[in-house]
Every structure is written in C-alpha cells, then in structure tokens.
Design a protein around this ligand. Structure first.
Ligand SMILES: Nc1ncnc2c1ncn2[C@@H]1O[C@H](COP(=O)(O)OP(=O)(O)OP(=O)(O)O)[C@@H](O)[C@H]1O
Ligand SMILES: [Mg+2]
Length: 284
C-alpha cells in the first residue's frame, strides 16, 4: 500500500538563495523513485538531532522563476539558526497550506512565506502529537482506517473533519471493515446515526450534516454514544461541537490534488494517539 507518513534523509546544499533573503531552507536529499507528497507548501514538524521544530516545507519545483524543473523538498524552520548540512531530518506533514505559485521577486515570496509560517505554527501548536499520512486513492484511505480500527479502545470517539468529498465516509467504511463489519456501510446523511453490532465492538456512525441544532441530537440520545460502548465516528461534528467529549481522536482529511489526501491524526484530552502505532505498521 502506497502510504506515506514521513520523509527522512540528510540535508544537502541548495543554492543559498533563500538564506540570502532571510529564510534558509534545509533541502532534503531524495532517493531515486521515492514516494513524495503532491506538490505544494505544507506545515510540517521537523525532527532533528537537536530538537523538534515547526517547518514550512515546499514540495515541488523551486518557487522563484527558474528554468530548472527538478523536484525538491525544502524546509524553512522559522526561528532556527544553525548549520544543518549533513544532519538527518525527519519530516512529518501536518497540513497542506497552498499550492506552488511563482513570485515576481524575493520580497513577495518572503511576505507569503511569513504567512505560511504563522499558519504552520498554529497547526503545530494545536496538534503537537499530530501525525499525517498521505493516501493516493479511496482504497488506500479505507486501508488506512481499516488498520487503525483494531488500535481503537472501547469508547473511542473519532471526529472526521474535512470538506464535502474529502473522504470522511470512505474512512468510516474502512473503520467498519477493520472492526469486522462485512455488510455495506452507507452514509448516515439522512438517518443521522447508523449502528452496527456484528463487529468486534459496536460501531456508531454519525453524520450531522443535516442536523440543525444540538436539540435534535439530544432527542435521539446522541450523548449515549459520545462516548458509547464501542467506537463512534462523527462526520460534520461542526454542527454541534459542544456535544463532543474532550477525549477524542481528531482526524482531518484534506484533499491534495484529485486523488491524494493528507490525513492528520491528533488525540485530544490526554489519550495516546493510536496513529503513532499505525506508523510502525507501515514501517516493515
Ligand atoms: N485518497 C482518497 N481518499 C478518499 N476518497 C478519495 C480519495 N481519492 C478520491 N476519493 C474519492 O473522494 C470521494 C470521497 O467521498 P466521501 O463520501 O467519503 O466524502 P465525505 O468526506 O464523506 O463527504 P460528505 O461531506 O459529502 O459526507 C469518493 O468519491 C472517493 O472515491
Ligand atoms: Mg460522508
């Protein structure tokens, strides 16, 4: 399965143009044929031997007008100064910030990259345990959540965030499969809640898209499932945010191009992030 969750390698020399403009970038040496994130600018967490830093990582062609079209992975670590050449860097991708654009001059690029840095700091600050996985098809998204399912303890609440078509329902289908549910898993858009009892644990699948207020959820007894006696997945939790328990797994699904998704996991409320164990799963 083509699942990418980190890039590691030594920092190699770029051309020093960023350094001259006030944002030196650490260029990651890439291996031939290595799986890479889709082109774009990302909020990342960079692990170095001397510590963990927030990064703004540009994947793709170089961001100033240039004839070279080679792919590079360049990371600016705002607030870090020091020599990184030869150091090992491990990059975790948290959020896709924007597509690659060309800038008329270095000053314009600098203004944008300062905004990128602020946004990156905000993601890294909100989700210090955040770990992102790229999937490259709906099948891979289902495969990822299928592997996650057995790692979820009884009483887990999994909040699925992302725009329409991001893959929240596909992700839920994989969860159901991973719990041993074999039948169809239709979207609960009209039913609000679909319940499955044939798996290893009860599975409660909510979609609050059509819910107008909390009242409506209270009437159907939603709090009994938040948490419930099994695993609860919630799509469109934004409709009644205050019903969510403090202890939950946040999952952000972000389309990055047509078929790729960046899926960020973060455990809130003191739970261990089960996605950290997913990483071990994909390491062999
Ligand atoms: N990597 C991917 N992961 C998940 N879905 C993908 C991926 N690439 C393409 N797709 C497609 O995107 C769509 C995701 O649909 P899905 O119903 O899961 O979205 P959703 O987030 O639940 O939307 P809604 O808010 O309408 O409920 C599917 O048609 C799926 O085939
Ligand atoms: Mg859905």
């Amino acid at each position: 399965m083509n699942v990418l969750y980190e890039l590691t390698g030594p920092v190699v020399h770029g051309r020093g143009k960023g350094a001259a403009a006030g944002f030196p970038t650490a260029n990651l040496a890439l291996m031939e044929g290595e799986l890479l994130p889709p082109a774009g600018v990302y909020a990342t967490r960079a692990e170095l031997s001397c510590g963990v830093f927030t990064g703004v990582t540009n994947v793709g062609t170089r961001p100033t007008a240039d004839s070279r079209e080679d792919v590079t992975v360049e990371t600016w670590l705002p607030g870090f100064s020091g020599n990184l050449y030869g150091e090992q860097i491990r990059l975790h991708f948290l959020h896709w910030l924007r597509g690659i654009s060309r800038f008329p001059d270095m000053a314009a690029l600098k203004r944008q990259i300062d905004l990128d840095a602020q946004e990156a700091q905000s993601w890294a600050g909100r989700f210090p345990d955040g770990i992102g996985f790229f999937t490259f098809s709906a099948e891979e998204t289902r495969g990822l959540s299928q592997r996650l399912a057995p790692l979820l303890p009884t009483g887990s609440v999994v909040v699925l965030r992302g725009e329409m078509g991001a893959g929240k329902s596909e992700f839920s289908r994989g969860l159901a499969r991973g719990m041993g549910i074999t039948g169809p898993v239709p979207s609960p858009t009209f039913t609000i809640l679909n319940e499955y009892d044939e798996g290893s644990l009860p599975f409660y699948h909510f979609d609050w898209y059509r819910v107008s207020d909390e009242e409506e959820l209270l009437e159907i007894g939603a709090p009994d499932y938040l948490p419930g006696r099994g695993v609860t997945a919630v799509e469109w939790a934004e409709r009644a945010e205050s019903l969510l328990p403090a202890k939950r797994l946040e999952v952000f699904l972000q389309p990055v191009g047509e078929n790729a998704r960046l899926i960020l996991f973060s455990a809130l409320g003191g739970a261990e992030n089960p996605a950290l164990r997913l990483k071990e799963d994909f390491s062999c």
